[in-house]
Design a protein around this ligand. Structure first.
Ligand code: PEP
Length: 247
């Protein structure tokens, strides 16, 4: 069984004062037999968050460059994230794919850089509404997985987050059968590639408008090992009930 994980993606939200939320999140989570809990703040807060995070609370980045260093104005490398205290990095988020034209090949190259820096990757995959309405959701997501996961992945280096683009920040959650079908397909694809033991330990997260009111139902679905949470991770009051539902 994979270790469960609740990961918060703060996106481009949060000034220094927001770090106070971490104290409450850390105080309300971190039981030894409970889920892992991570917060991925914007780059500007990663170092301060990592210094402040207590009780096993993990800190991650939201992206990294594929190269270790160099002439890439405005970018941040995986080595820099690790140096700032990050343990994880989100890669391939649909907002990066849409806003910055990131391809599966880009995500694969960033994954290599993240692994070289010792970071665990939360790899995001997910179809658009047009893909789903055209009946190609499974095909699109399988292709993203095949194109962006590198050989040698394990539960120590990889978490996969299924995030239907149409459910992110929209308040519209995928139906349980849609989530179940996709998570089963993701698990099967990982088993084909890495074998049952390795694939069975890689956490599969659902992401897309997860909140306290729907978390328990989502976590009851087979092959859902946690959540990647956007809006509801910005305040401890919204995020902790999700962590509790994960148990
Ligand atoms: C996300 O950004 O990864 C996400 C799932 O956002 P939200 O929970 O706000 O839909």
């Amino acid at each position: 069984m994979p270790r469960k994980l609740a990961a918060g993606n703060w996106k481009m939200n949060g000034l220094a004062a927001a770090l106070a939320e971490l104290d409450t999140i850390a105080a309300g989570s971190g039981a030894e037999d409970g889920p892992e809990v991570a917060i991925c703040p914007p780059f500007t807060l990663v170092a301060a968050a990592a210094q402040r995070a207590k009780g096993g609370l993990l800190v991650g980045g939201q992206d990294c460059h594929a190269e270790r260093a160099g002439a890439h104005t405005g970018d941040v490398s995986a080595a820099m994230l690790a140096d700032a205290g990050a343990r994880l990095v989100i890669l391939g988020h649909s907002e990066r794919r849409q806003d910055h034209g990131e391809t599966d090949a880009d995500v694969a190259a960033k994954t290599r850089a993240a692994w070289d820096a010792g970071l665990r990757v939360i790899l995001c995959v997910g179809e658009t509404l047009a893909d789903r309405e055209a009946g190609r959701a499974l095909e699109v997501v399988r292709a993203q997985l095949a194109g962006s996961v590198l050989d040698g992945a394990s539960d120590e280096t990889l978490v996969v987050a299924y995030e239907p683009v149409w459910a992110i920040g929209t308040g519209r959650v995928a139906e349980p059968p849609q989530i179940a079908e996709m998570h089963d397909a993701l698990r099967a694809a990982l088993v084909d590639r890495f074998g049952k033991a390795t694939a069975g330990a890689i956490p599969l997260l659902y992401g897309g408008s997860v909140k306290a009111a729907n978390a328990a139902e989502i976590f009851g679905i087979e092959n859902v090992d946690g959540a990647l949470v956007g809006g509801a991770s910005l305040s401890a009051g919204d995020f902790l009930p999700i962590v509790e539902a994960l148990g």
